[in-house]
Design a protein around this ligand. Structure first.
Ligand code: ADP
Ligand code: MG
Length: 224
């Protein structure tokens, strides 16, 4: 059974005139351990598609299943729990909390389920070591470089061992060297954790670091 399955997914947004159709009849299957880059120019619907995969928005038509479950049948608290447990997000902006240390930031997703236990704190430390920040556990975001902040963001996304890791322009704010490091790290951790990784980007260099590339063109998803 595919871990992530999109079946005939379309998305349109209502406007005062006819609806704005952003995604058309998209079908896709991915298994654990697979990674995919989705490329396309600005405005082609990359973030919209990632939001649907991440259950942050609902498809207008079609179905999405993750690990055999259709998350859109869940009520809001169940969906929040599902998302928090199954899906990790890495954004262009790191969205770290400025007053918290790197270690505390990595633990944020676990706070939804009460104070983190020793195992969770140990997982956070291990992840920060694996992203190369063992010497930066107590640094606050302002005391880290852009690439280091994004590494904290990746560790945070992996804290609950998600089935699906989603990244939206994760290297968009970085210079080329830092961008290359983040791309390699995303793929390396995705392989070690045997999760699915979907990255949306307009960067050809980032996309070339992944196993498979697809492109959004006029709302259609095609092999690239
Ligand atoms: P990309 O990430 O590829 O730059 P987006 O997915 O953000 O593109 O946006 C695709 C198109 O959908 C754009 O034309 C954008 O204006 C439109 N769009 C995105 N979100 C909404 C929304 N919530 N309501 C209306 N239109 C939207
Ligand atoms: Mg976008």
């Amino acid at each position: 059974m595919p871990e992530l399955k999109l079946d005939g997914v379309s998305k349109s947004f209502p406007t005062r005139r006819e609806p704005l159709v952003v995604l058309r009849n998209i079908s896709l299957e991915l298994q654990s351990g697979q990674n995919l880059a989705i490329v396309g120019p600005s405005g082609s619907g990359k973030s919209t598609l990632l939001h649907l995969m991440g259950t942050l928005d609902t498809p207008t038509e079609g179905t999405i299943t993750l690990c055999g479950e259709n998350p859109f049948t869940l009520d809001e608290p169940q969906l929040a729990h599902f998302r928090n447990r199954r899906i990790g997000f890495v954004f262009q902006e790191h969205h770290l909390l400025p007053q918290l240390s790197a270690l505390e930031n990595v633990l944020i997703p676990s706070l939804a389920e009460g104070a983190p236990d020793d195992a969770m704190i140990s997982r956070a430390r291990t992840l920060l070591e694996r992203v190369g920040l063992s010497e930066r556990l107590e640094h606050r975001p302002a005391e880290l470089s852009g690439g280091e902040r994004q590494r904290v963001g990746i560790a945070r996304a992996l804290i609950h061992t998600p089935s699906l890791l989603l990244a939206d322009e994760p290297t968009g704010n970085l210079d080329r060297t830092a961008a290359r490091g983040i791309t390699e790290l995303l793929v390396q951790l995705q392989q070690q954790e045997e999760t699915i990784l979907v990255v949306v980007t307009h960067s050809v260099e980032l996309a070339n670091g992944l196993q498979r590339r697809m492109a959004l063109d006029n709302g259609n998803l095609c092999e690239a």
